[in-house]
Ligand binder design. Structure first.
Ligand code: R7I
Ligand code: MG
Length: 305
């Protein structure tokens, strides 16, 4: 597809891909969130899912906001995205937003311009939380196969809330990985799964996120995931650097099976809802719509558009 094409808001194919990413992301988010309730997951396993209803969190809320903007504007219009994020936050503030994000969204809702609010976070450094990465798979899906556009649009989407280079790198990485997963699914001759990591890393700005993905690319995909989590981090710090490399490594190792990907990710711990959202958004693009079982979709609460 030609890059820099003037886009019209009516993009049914892009939209279908972005919504598939959202399905994987939101079911993952809601599934992963159950693991913060030990009494719900105590008896759950592959043959017995956690009981419904699985409520989704801020990861899904913000990803819906991104798709709304893409469908309305045909691209990431930052002012529109800031407005969407603020509106959605005000409508449902208890979706488990990060501490910096709450501060930021409240300020944007009060009318402070997003550029100031975003840059002023964390004493002026901007956020490097994993919140821009957790919602980025639909962007990679929308612009699948257009890496330069993905890099630009994902950075724009991140900047609204995460102006730190690591926050942006996390979003770019997840969007590129999502696009790679879609292309992998389409390819007659599948490239090796570690290419998800190498091709993503080489396109990232110099950052800890990039260094972490380069490190992940050197870890065999059959390694025990707990060992890899202790090496790369698994989101305990809620930052992009501590979350994205491990999630991309997990996704690369589980491209063919959404459910296995989700169980593996959830059992590791860390930032479970967000890890499952990131891995789920990418893996759903690799499996296609049939990869996310109807029963899992039905257990997640209905999406509020
Ligand atoms: O990134 P963000 O939206 O959080 C997303 C996470 C996901 O797990 C969601 O599911 C939700 O639970 O929260 O929110 P931020 O508050 O911007 O960033 C998350 C955390 O990263 C912050 O609360 C800080 O602990 C840390 N952090 C930073 N710490 C020091 N200096 C982010 N940026 C900085 C920084 O510049
Ligand atoms: Mg969350």
């Amino acid at each position: 597809m030609t890059e820099n094409l003037k886009r019209l808001p009516d993009n049914p194919e892009r939209s279908a891909r972005a919504r598939l990413a959202l399905e994987g992301l939101s079911v993952g988010d809601a599934f992963g969130q159950q693991f913060f309730f030990p009494w719900i997951v105590e008896r759950a396993d592959e043959n017995c899912l956690p009981a419904p209803r699985w409520n989704y969190t801020d990861d899904t809320e913000m990803a819906i906001g991104i798709i709304q903007v893409l469908e309305e504007a045909g691209e990431i219009d930052q002012a529109r995205l800031a407005k969407r994020f603020a509106e959605r936050y005000l409508a449902e503030p208890d979706r488990g937003y990060g501490a910096g994000a709450i501060d930021l969204l409240k300020r944007m809702a009060e009318g402070i311009h997003w550029t100031d609010a975003s840059r002023e976070l964390f004493s002026g450094s901007g956020s490097f939380g994993n919140g821009a990465a957790m919602r980025a798979a639909p962007i990679g899906a929308w612009y699948a196969g257009e890496p330069d556009t993905i890099i630009h649009q994902a950075a724009l989407s991140a900047e609204v809330t995460h102006s730190h280079v690591e926050g942006k790198a996390g979003a770019i990485a997840v969007a590129l990985a999502a696009s790679w997963a879609h292309e992998w699914r389409q390819a007659a001759r599948k490239p090796p799964a570690t290419e998800l990591l190498t091709s993503t890393a080489e396109r990232l700005p110099k950052s800890e996120v990039r260094r972490g993905i380069e490190q992940a690319a050197n870890i065999p995909l059959k390694t025990w995931p707990f060992e890899v989590a202790s090496e790369l981090g698994c989101g305990h710090q809620i930052t992009a650097q501590d979350t994205v490399p491990f999630c991309l490594w997990l996704a690369a190792g589980q491209l063919k099976n959404y459910c296995t990907a989700m169980w593996t990710t959830a059992r590791i711990g860390g930032d479970i809802d967000t890890n499952c959202a990131i891995v789920g958004g990418i893996v759903a693009l690799a499996t296609g719509p049939d990869g996310v079982p109807d029963q899992w979709r039905a257990h997640r609460e209905a999406l509020r558009w």
